[in-house]
Design a protein around this ligand. Structure first.
Ligand SMILES: [Zn+2]
Ligand SMILES: [Zn+2]
Length: 229
């Protein structure tokens, strides 16, 4: 037992920083100097986290209010966060995911009143099987641990793959996303915190939020590691 504690302590102290490869010196796996350089998302639209010079609702959210009441992202989707997210998501580097989740939980605050349940945006089972994990689930677990909130891993599932989203425009994306989520768990009367790795157009989150609201959820807030411009 004692040895295990010492070994864990040493492995943390001796772990190398994921970014500069110097000693990390902490359990986040990114040294203090590199962590301080991460591109923190400053003022942003409170509904969709779009970076803005002031923290007012963006024109898109004013024109068509999203199903999500509030969205919070830790960083801009920019160097080196974008590279770490790619390592996490596409190269299966779970250490990068662990670091990002831990640091994001420190960077972000949950919306008040607190969510009753954090729900990761699900992947279609085929995509999840190919990747071996759902990146949103790992982020939700990190946030849940830090904020002491339960995580509902099986509350939602994705019933359509929506494979080539990137090639579609916004309207096609929305049509493609409609009916792609199915709510399996009990969400009636609950405040749900939806979690994803990156918010791009917000269309995926909005479709997931709409499905949760249709199933009786009281309100939806959203959390992600990073936001694209
Ligand atoms: Zn470093
Ligand atoms: Zn907005």
């Amino acid at each position: 037992m004692v040895y295990r504690v010492i070994a864990r302590f040493l492995s943390r102290r001796l772990a190398l920083c994921l970014l500069c490869h110097g000693p990390a010196g902490n359990e986040a796996g990114i040294c203090r100097a590199c962590a301080a350089e991460l591109p923190v998302l400053g003022s942003a639209c409170p509904r969709c986290a779009l970076p803005l010079p002031t923290a007012a609702a963006c024109p898109g959210c004013l024109r068509r209010p999203p199903a999500i009441g509030a969205a919070r992202c830790a960083w801009h989707y920019a160097y080196p966060v974008a590279q770490l997210i790619r390592r996490f998501k596409h190269d299966g580097d779970l250490a990068a995911g662990h670091s990002l989740g831990l640091l994001a939980a420190r960077q972000l605050r949950p919306v008040e009143p607190l969510p009753d349940l954090l729900v990761p945006v699900p992947l279609h089972w085929r995509r999840r099987w190919q990747r071996g994990f759902n990146q949103a689930e790992l982020v939700a677990e990190a946030l849940g641990r830090a904020w002491q909130l339960p995580v509902g891993r099986r509350v939602m599932c994705r019933i359509r793959a929506g494979a080539s989203q990137q090639a579609l425009d916004r309207r096609q994306r929305l049509a493609n996303l409609r009916d792609s989520f199915s709510v399996r768990g009990k969400v009636q009367g609950l405040r749900i915190g939806l979690v994803d790795d990156v918010i791009t157009t917000g269309a995926t989150l909005d479709a997931a939020a709409a499905a949760l609201l249709d199933s009786g959820a009281l309100s939806i807030s959203a959390y992600a590691l990073a936001r694209t411009p």
